[in-house]
Design a protein around this ligand. Structure first.
Ligand code: NDP
Length: 435
């Protein structure tokens, strides 16, 4: 805390892990007195750099670029790039720290990292985005590599941005390697990678339901966000027989009481991914829906809530409203979307509650599978990758049960995920000595 006084989000993420892991360390002599958490909370390397670029009017703009290389103790640094005006050191350190435990949970050999820029792709032309991405990569390239650090997408970084970033990396390194994941299918990408985080979030919730003899069938689902994760969470929830009634963006919440079925979802995908419009424009095509300007979806009654937008988007009072309205399951597609008060409310109410580091790990898991396919110079089929994704989500769920089951049988997925993620990394830290 004294070392990072202004890093609110980072301290929040470390606090959550510490709360679960410190009692576990106290009970396990092997990890005792080795300052493992202290070592994991200090990035191995935190890089910031200038990103100059020229906008369409000819004006020179300057943004700040970052890459946080948190831990490479179990594999090359791995984690996305976020382009959003709110990006700063605290947010990227929280994301990189979370990523270390999440990647450990996937069972694949990946360390943790995160990066990005305070650049806002919203309202920029494709050419401006390309010039920015190219400039960003002319510095980032010297810090990454297929065996060193493998970035991917996150908020504001989708297929378009990954393409521009990869193009510049390939040119200046004179190599075609799997240095980024989330690539296009014709140039090294993996089937199911775009779908993986949203699908994985729903698969995880499906596992939680199965344990209770329940399923998604007939459930009313509220989802926040309308980007990559939200879109594919909607698709999979629909496929499993649920009715998704909300999506949102930073301007407000769309509520369609009749359900956002596959035809309406196709419209949303075109609106957000091609037209790059606002979710409120949904009403132009489907005028019976409602739009709540400036509001999040949590006041709408539901059985299942899937927060898929951003950190700290679901507060204590939202959690109370959800529980009061009968919500029985929350599975996080975003990273740390619930505030500590909201998390406590879910756990105290003993509803099914999965923290992002467990439930949204499907994205990085399939990124790991993309790396494996790139190394083999071979591609697996859609069915193969989907089956592997489901297998990994099942394993993460099992690890949470192993470390998170309370004496009364309630599964505390927060404790379970944090301890399971910690054990693998801690064992590697101890084996490798003080480095
Ligand atoms: P996208 O950029 O595709 O979509 C982000 C969505 O969240 C948009 O609808 C955006 O609305 C909304 N949003 C972003 N910031 C805010 C904010 N401050 N307030 C309200 N709404 C906001 O990103 P992704 O779908 O890829 O990522 C969503 C979340 O999932 C993030 O937390 C990310 O870290 C996490 N995640 C993503 C993975 C992936 O594979 N993509 C993997 C694991 C986790 P608007 O357009 O108005 O900004």
């Amino acid at each position: 805390r004294a070392r990072n006084p202004h890093e609110k989000e980072f301290l929040q993420a470390v606090h959550e892990v510490a709360e679960a892991v410190i009692p576990y360390i106290a009970e396990h002599k092997l990890y005792n007195g080795r300052n493992i958490l202290l070592r994991l909370a200090e990035p191995e390397r935190a890089i910031t750099f200038r990103v100059p670029w020229v906008d369409d009017t000819g004006e020179i703009r300057v943004n700040r670029g970052y890459r946080i290389q948190m831990s490479s103790v179990i594999g090359p640094y791995k984690g996305g790039l976020r382009f959003h005006p709110t990006v700063n050191m605290s947010i990227l350190k929280f994301l990189a720290f979370e990523q270390v435990f999440k990647n450990s949970l996937t069972t694949l050999p990946m360390g943790g990292g995160k990066g990005g820029s305070d650049f806002d792709p919203k309202g920029k032309s494709d050419r401006e985005v390309m010039r920015f991405c190219h400039s960003f990569m002319t510095e980032l390239y010297r810090h990454i590599g297929p065996n060193t650090d493998v970035p991917a997408g996150d908020i504001g970084v989708g297929a378009r941005e990954v393409g521009f970033l990869f193009g510049m990396y390939r040119k200046i390194s004179n190599e075609f390697t799997g240095v980024l994941t989330g690539k296009g299918l014709s140039w090294g990408g993996s089937l199911i990678r775009p779908e993986s985080t949203g699908y994985g979030t729903v698969y995880f919730a499906q596992n939680m339901f199965k344990l209770k003899g329940d399923s998604f069938k007939g459930k009313v689902v509220t989802i926040s966000g309308s980007g990559n994760v939200a879109q594919y969470a909607t698709e999979k929830a629909n496929e499993l027989g649920a009715k998704v009634v909300t999506l949102s963006d930073s301007s407000g919440t769309l509520y369609d009481k009749d359900g956002i079925n596959s035809e309406k979802l196709a419209y949303v995908m075109h609106l957000k991914n091609v037209k790059r419009g606002r979710i409120s424009e949904y009403l132009e095509k489907y005028p019976t829906a409602e739009f709540f300007s400036g509001k999040t979806p949590w006041h709408i009654p539901c059985d299942v809530a899937l927060p898929c937008a951003t950190q700290n988007e679901l507060h204590g009072k939202d959690a109370a409203t959800l529980i009061e309205n009968g919500c029985i399951c929350v599975s996080e597609g975003a990273n740390m979307p619930s505030t500590p008060k909201a998390m406590n409310a879910f756990v105290n109410a003993k509803i099914l509650y999965a923290p992002g580091k467990a439930s949204n790990a499907g994205g990085v898991a399939v990124s790991g599978l993309e790396m494996a396919q790139n190394s083999m110079r071979y591609s697996w089929s859609r069915e193969d990758v989907d089956e592997k994704l489901q297998g990994i989500m099942n394993q993460i769920h099992d690890s949470c049960i192993e470390h998170g089951t309370d004496p009364d049988g309630y599964i505390n997925y927060v404790r379970g995920a944090n301890i399971a993620g910690f054990v693998k990394v801690a064992d590697a830290v101890l084996a490798q000595g003080v480095v």
